[in-house]
Design a protein around this ligand. Structure first.
Ligand SMILES: [Zn+2]
Length: 185
């Protein structure tokens, strides 16, 4: 279970562990909470009052920190796990649904023809389709793409990065994702 950490401006900053979230609470850096309470931690006893400190962690927290870099300037990193999630585990050539282990990162314009490893040049493909297409473009192989690639937005990237998103976190992130996104379907 991860906590969605937002910047002071409300932009997603990172997925952090419960323990990391507790540190933000303990340092009094949590400015607001948007989600539901997901964990309670009991700390030490106050020397004067004798009362035990309790930290309740919310699923979405806003911290006072302002990130040094504008997250919108960052291009989401390309990984197979995120690519398959973007394409919902559906092969771009045969349209069938596969388990992650049976999927590959397929370069639309192949490396052999100077294709590059970017979000816009990759789709999810099953092994047989990837093998059949080989070092050809979809046109050359007569294998048209069933969907188009795209670069995930900052918000989509946060959805793609975490496989165990809580319902309120998903709702929060999806509110910023265009209806046209495959993730919004
Ligand atoms: Zn296929």
């Amino acid at each position: 279970m991860k906590v969605l950490k937002l910047s002071a401006q409300g932009l997603p900053q990172s997925w952090i562990s419960l323990e990391q979230a507790v540190l933000h609470y303990a340092a009094d850096e949590v400015r607001w909470e948007v989600g539901h309470d997901i964990a309670v931690f009991h700390g030490g006893h106050n020397a004067i009052t004798g009362r035990q400190s309790i930290i309740t962690v919310s699923s979405i927290i806003g911290t006072k920190g302002v990130p040094a870099i504008n997250p919108f300037d960052l291009k989401p990193g390309l990984t197979n796990a995120k690519l398959f999630a973007r394409d919902r585990n559906v092969c771009a050539y045969c349209g069938d649904l596969f388990a992650e282990a049976d999927l590959t990162r397929e370069h639309i314009i192949p490396f052999a023809q100077n294709g590059i490893d970017t979000w816009m040049n990759v789709v999810t493909a099953c092994r047989p389709c990837n093998h059949r297409k080989s070092h050809r473009t979809p046109e050359q192989a007569n294998m048209p793409l069933l969907y188009t690639p795209y670069v995930p937005s900052l918000w989509e990237d946060f959805i793609l990065r975490n496989r165990r998103i809580l319902a309120d976190q998903m709702e929060f992130l999806l509110a910023h994702v265009p209806k046209s996104s495959r993730l919004a379907a």
